[in-house]
Design a binder for this molecule. Structure first.
Ligand SMILES: Nc1ncnc2c1ncn2[C@@H]1O[C@H](COP(=O)(O)OP(=O)(O)OP(=O)(O)O)[C@@H](O)[C@H]1O
Ligand SMILES: [Mg+2]
Length: 285
């Protein structure tokens, strides 16, 4: 039997936030699961992860639409990185489901297969080849996509050269192409790593704290960069820097103790009493 939809319009205050979550379709129990999978490029449902009895993710559900830019916020230990670990196959949950593009079961595929299927991840600490130039780093990343034979030929196609030039401009490093990556600023290394991810042509990008340690100017440039990726890629951005989050936020998911506490636009979640209480210690975002 099909469950009747909840009457969200009759709920008080925080219902607005709930409405955001409902639109997300996770709270639509009457919607067939197959349809939810088809509507989202990434779908997590009821994910629970425990580490020796400690529950890091508690029945977590999250649905990302193609081209969406989603911010995920939450206090230290909320489970944000663990969620990315589940999506990338690094951590296997005790329970739940995780699907990519409807057909890839993320709980069965291994990390390499998930990456090759189009989910790219940037960790907080940039990992670039420090002794190579910016251009060489990008060239290597482009070649890494090729077959062995093509790699042996070791020359970029015209299309790849165009991609490299466009990416250098996009990541604000066009004037640093011949600079050794080790001598870049922390922010420039973060951009280069985003460029290396883009060379993999991912459909989904997971960025864990991309502006941590960046200068205000670098954060502004990162804002522009991420906004320019929206629509072309589907992004999940985890960040603690609320000014930055506010500057890129569309829909925001707030995690707390391994579960979704609220979901909606920045104003909705930042005025949600439970969010103010749990995440901000009484201050609004
Ligand atoms: N491999 C592990 N073994 C045991 N506990 C873990 C492991 N990985 C994560 N945890 C715990 O799970 C909880 C969630 O951690 P997680 O790193 O996902 O939080 P987070 O939201 O990313 O926090 P932060 O904002 O500090 O990066 C934390 O209490 C953490 O200590
Ligand atoms: Mg983390």
């Amino acid at each position: 039997m099909t469950a009747a939809p909840p009457k969200i319009e009759s709920q008080p205050g925080p219902a607005k936030v709930m409405a955001g979550a409902l639109e997300n379709s996770l709270a639509l129990p009457w919607e067939p699961k197959a349809l939810r999978r088809r509507k989202h490029i990434l779908l997590l449902e009821g994910i629970t992860v425990s580490f020796e009895g400690f529950v890091a993710l508690n029945n977590l559900s999250l649905a990302l639409r193609e081209g969406e830019l989603r911010c995920v916020i939450g206090p230290n230990g909320a489970g944000k990185t663990t969620m990315m670990d589940v999506i990338t196959g690094h951590t296997r949950p005790d329970r739940g489901e995780a699907w990519y593009m409807d057909s890839v079961n993320l709980l069965e595929a291994d990390e390499v297969a998930i990456n090759q299927a189009g989910i790219g991840r940037k960790f907080q600490k940039p990992s670039v080849f420090e002794s190579l130039t910016v251009g060489q780093n990008l060239e290597l990343a482009l070649k890494a996509r090729k077959t062995v034979l093509a790699t042996l030929r070791a020359r970029l196609s015209g299309e790849e050269r165009d991609f490299l030039a466009q990416t250098l401009t996009l990541i604000n490093l066009a004037d640093h192409r011949d600079q050794v990556a080790g001598s870049l600023s922390h922010g420039q290394k973060q951009w280069l790593e985003i460029g290396l991810l883009l060379a993999q042509k991912p459909r989904v990008l997971l960025l864990d704290e991309p502006v941590a340690g960046l200068t205000v100017k670098e954060i502004d440039r990162t804002t522009e960069l991420l906004l320019s990726l929206e629509g072309h890629h589907s992004l999940i951005v985890v960040e603690h820097d609320m000014t930055f989050v506010r500057s890129i936020a569309r829909k925001v998911t707030v995690l707390h103790q391994g579960a979704v506490l609220a979901e909606g636009d920045m104003d909705e979640v930042s005025s949600h009493p439970a969010v103010v209480e749990a995440y901000l210690g009484g201050e609004t975002c």
